[in-house]
Ligand binder design. Structure first.
Ligand code: AMO
Length: 467
């Protein structure tokens, strides 16, 4: 007999080929029944839904049936049948059952309703839960939507390096990469480490951003984006910070700040629309389980224009709130870097809408941002989101070589580290802009999860690099 190939459960559940012989492979979620009939719920990860297997208990070996426990893996052949029970349209009446691997009572995912903290301790197994299956399927779909969005608009995916010898982005502390023997470091007479012996012959780090190299590409290919892991060694133990995160950084020649803002808004809305259209089962599950307002919030963001506001106007609103008795933990004044509580006040209480805040004081932003004529502010833009705070940071770039050099010197960025970056301004400089979207924060928003550690398979945070 010709061997029947396995069909994914997502496809079986859509099928109406009643009477067809099919094969399903997956992991047992639950088993119930009596001495005559057994019902087994099997999941193979292709969808949040299980398929129900119905087995005539009298036709199978008792020992085999005993081994079908939660967590065990099975290969089942049977006939696809229209289901009589509620909750599913089809089921499989089993003819043969093979056990690939058993799972005994020590399998940690026996009961329903584990805490998120407990599941983080077993991050190697948590993808087998409904919640994490949903989150990681959505994560995949978001990555796909991102490539699709940029590809459709003529952007090129450009690979920027993960190891870098320059430390000029100033976005956060860096992880050093070295092959030096840490137990036996050679030092010069003045106590400095001799990096000539190190792998690259000089200090090297994991990158905090692909932007600077992205600008090299944009000033050649026009429209590019990067999408990869970046690393920040800040000691931030919050619900929104990772030390290893994924970032998307588009960079566009001939774009000014308004074009940059429009792209950022279109981009986020496209991704959210994609999630609603293509991950509806998973989003509905997360909405029902964790965050009843999730779907409404996603639809709201798509339907409404983001507010565009200058930093100075934002400060004014916050100062007025303080004058009217609103209490913030951190002080509000022109020149301060906004804290999450300030950003969330603007977004969640004042405008009740995503906000793009622009034209920040130059002192709190990077050297490469385009300087405004007022001499005080730069053409920066941060996109602030409900529940998340800052989801995007970006700017129009300073394209004038002399102005850029002056600002780099003021901010102590050594010329020897960025001579290659300066060449973009030296030869055929153009107005250009870009931004960085935190992929994990986007997933946080789209899934409605509360903690960024629960939207990346294996989170890296201070004192935590298990698995
Ligand atoms: P920035 O430093 O603002 O921009 O970062 C861009 C976005 O990345 C996300 N993000 C983080 N997410 C989780 N954990 C972290 N530790 C973390 N740090 C940043 C946020 C943030 O908005 N190259 C510039 C942008 C530019 O001007 O193009 C950059 O790196 O969502």
């Amino acid at each position: 007999m010709e061997k029947i190939k396995r069909t994914a459960i997502v496809d079986l559940l859509k099928s109406s080929d009643y009477g067809k012989n099919v094969c399903v492979k997956g992991w047992v979620r639950t088993k119930r029944g009596n001495k005559n009939v057994i019902f087994i719920a099997v999941n193979d990860g292709s969808t949040i839904k299980n398929i129900q297997i119905v087995a005539d208990a009298t036709k199978f070996d008792e020992n085999l049936l005993k081994q079908i426990t939660t967590g065990s893996s099975v290969c089942i052949f049977g006939v696809l049948v229209e289901s009589q029970g509620s909750g599913q349209t089809v089921e499989i009446h089993a003819s043969t059952i093979e056990i690939y691997g058993t799972a005994d009572e020590t399998y940690p995912l026996q009961k329903k309703g584990h805490s998120m903290e407990f599941l983080r301790e077993i991050a190697h197994l948590r993808p087998r839960t409904n919640t994490f299956g949903a989150v990681f399927r959505i994560r995949h779909n978001m990555a796909f939507a991102i490539h699709k969005f940029f590809h459709e608009r003529g952007f090129f995916y450009f690979h920027t390096p993960i190891i870098t010898a320059s430390d000029c982005e100033g976005a956060g502390q860096m992880f050093q990469v070295t092959t030096l023997d840490l137990k036996n470091i050679k030092k010069s007479a003045n106590g400095e480490v001799d990096f000539s012996e190190d792998f690259y012959g000089k200090p090297a780090n994991l990158t905090v951003s692909g932007q600077l190299e992205g600008e090299l590409a944009a000033t050649a290919l026009g429209l590019i984006y990067t999408f990869g892991p970046i690393f920040r060694a800040e000691n931030s133990n919050t619900l929104r910070h990772l030390s290893e995160l994924w970032m998307i950084e588009p960079e566009m020649a001939f774009y000014e700040i308004d074009d940059n803002m429009q792209l950022a808004e279109d981009f986020i809305k496209y991704c959210i629309r994609w999630a609603l259209d293509n991950c509806s089962d998973d989003i509905k599950f997360l909405c029902d389980m964790f965050d009843k307002e999730l779907i409404d919030r996603l639809n709201f963001v798509i339907a409404n224009d983001f507010v565009r506001l200058k930093y100075s106007e934002g400060i004014k609103i916050l100062e007025d709130a303080v004058a009217n008795g609103h209490k913030f933990e951190f002080p509000v004044y022109w020149g301060t870097d906004l804290a999450a509580e300030h950003e969330r006040f603007l977004v969640e209480q004042y405008f009740k809408n995503p906000v793009i805040l622009t034209d920040y004081p130059k002192e709190i932003k990077s050297f490469y941002m385009k300087q405004n004529d007022d001499g005080k502010t730069v053409r920066a833009m941060d996109v602030l989101f409900p529940k998340i705070g800052e989801i995007i940071g970006g700017s129009q770039r300073e394209e004038n070589l002399e102005k850029l050099k002056k600002r780099a010197a003021e901010m102590n960025v050594p010329d020897k580290d960025i001579w290659w970056y300066m060449d973009t301004r030296r030869y055929g400089t153009v107005p250009h802009s870009g931004f960085g979207l935190g992929f994990d924060r986007l997933i946080l928003f789209v899934t409605g999860m509360a903690n960024i550690r629960d939207v990346i398979p294996f989170p890296r945070t201070p004192k935590n690099a298990e698995f």
